[in-house]
Design a binder for this molecule. Structure first.
Ligand code: PLP
Length: 427
């Protein structure tokens, strides 16, 4: 069958894409009917790097072969296994390797960071977050406030966008920070908002927070591996992330954290400690005094989960090889291409929630159905039936992410064409 022009053009763009070979380094999931899916759900769960299987198997083999000796004698000794992730994470976080650490999970890391960096004193007790923050972040912040014997109804400040369900203006965030002023202890902000896909200028937020004497931390779940980050240069106090989205490390994989060196260098900073955060040079002396490991590793509490860190190592190697700048370039081209195709659909049925300017987004695009929830559900069902894997957030948001590592222009073309068909079928 002769292809219609635009699809052929999409294929031609894929054919000259210098990153096209990376797709074959990931397992391609199947739709429910057994066809290869058009996978646009990397904002939720990234695809499996094929190399992850071999790395996990090697750890299982080494465990079987060596038992406890594997801590020191396996191919990648478990004793300092998590250190192998630091260089790759640092590259994506915009930090020095010593200032990042792979550990725990996102929410657990958020609690550990807040134990050190949310220390309400005197008037300075408030935490500023976005209204509509990811539920786990809100629970973590509210429970930290209560943990200090304070009332979230007073101390948790939630900034709403001007238009309900819309994106947030940087000036409004700065104004909210100024309004809190000397009452503000911490700003906790996402690098990319999970629902709208809006990306923020992190440096600008840090500067505004620091100007009123508050600290500033980030939830980079949807940012790391998606947009360029400069945590250290921006002066962020801390950041946390998970690695199962854009980092492709697998369901529930080990999370990560960044701590700015001005804090890790500070002696006596309160923290919730465990033996894996103790200086490795004397960790096994098992003495009562806690001597923090240098950098962010001083916040680790437990020995690392080897089987969930192995896929992260496989994925970080792919990032290193592809290069973050090249990935960002392709990401920008893919989303611009999606914009152009979506615009041709006309705006009657869907509205793009994600900002269109490039600095205001990563690869996620959030589309709101104007026809409401029932229509949205019907369109989603049709798209799923047509082998698209994407996701829907109540009440009316469809999220897609053309991920530059494994998606191409033809995926974007197919999605918009599939959306057009689904909209027509449900009109
Ligand atoms: C923005 C954001 N914050 C927090 C979480 C919770 O992560 P975890 O279950 O790894 O703690 C998620 C999970 O998807 C998320 O997207």
């Amino acid at each position: 069958m002769k292809l219609r022009g635009p699809r052929q053009q999409a294929r031609e763009r894929d054919a000259v894409d210098p990153l096209r070979h990376y797709r074959s380094r990931f397992a391609q999931p199947l739709a429910r009917d057994g066809r290869e899916a058009v996978y646009l759900c990397g904002h939720s769960l990234g695809l499996m790097p094929l190399a992850a299987r071999a790395l996990v198997l090697e750890e299982l083999e080494d465990w079987a072969r060596l038992g406890v000796l594997g801590h020191h004698e396996s191919r990648r000794p478990w004793i300092d296994y998590a250190d192998a992730a630091r260089e790759g994470l640092a590259l994506l976080a915009g930090a020095q390797p010593v200032d990042v650490v792979a550990m725990n999970s996102l929410t657990a890391n958020l609690h550990l960071m807040m134990a050190s960096f949310y220390r309400p004193t005197g008037k300075r007790t408030r935490v500023l977050i976005e209204a509509g923050a990811f539920s786990s972040d809100r629970h973590a912040v509210a429970s930290q406030i209560e943990w200090h014997g304070l009332d979230p109804a007073r101390e948790l400040v939630e900034l709403r966008p001007r238009d309900a369900g819309g994106t947030l203006a940087a000036e409004d965030l700065e104004a909210a920070i100024r309004d809190c002023g000397e009452h503000l202890a911490l700003v906790l902000w996402p690098g990319v908002q999970y629902l709208t896909g809006q990306a923020f200028d992190c440096g600008r937020i840090v500067r505004a927070a620091h100007a009123v004497g508050a600290l500033c931390g980030f939830d980079h779940a949807h940012a790391i591996g998606n947009i360029p980050l400069e945590l250290e240069a921006d002066g962020a106090d801390f950041a946390v992330w998970c690695s199962y989205k854009y980092l492709n490390a697998g369901p529930g994989a080990v999370g990560g954290a960044f701590v700015h060196p001005r804090h890790s260098a500070q002696e006596g900073l309160p923290r919730l400690a465990g033996w894996w955060g103790h200086d490795p040079a004397s960790r096994f002396a098992m003495q009562p005094g806690f001597v923090p490991a240098p950098g962010a590793a001083g916040w680790a509490v437990s020995n690392p989960p080897i089987l969930s860190t192995a896929p992260l190592l496989a994925a970080l190697e792919i990032f290193r090889s592809a290069g973050p700048q090249a990935l960002r370039r392709k990401s920008v081209e893919l989303t611009a291409y999606a914009d152009a195709l979506l615009a041709a659909l006309g705006g009657q049925d869907i509205e793009q929630v994600t900002p269109t300017q490039l600095t205001g987004r990563g690869c996620q695009l959030s589309l709101r159905f104007r026809g409401g929830r029932e229509r949205a559900r019907a369109v989603l069902a049709r798209l799923e039936q047509d082998a698209f894997l994407l996701d829907f957030r109540e009440p009316d948001i469809l999220r897609i992410a053309p991920v530059p590592l494994y998606n191409g222009f033809e995926d974007v073309w197919c999605f918009v064409d599939g959306l057009r068909t689904a909209l027509e079928a449900t009109a």
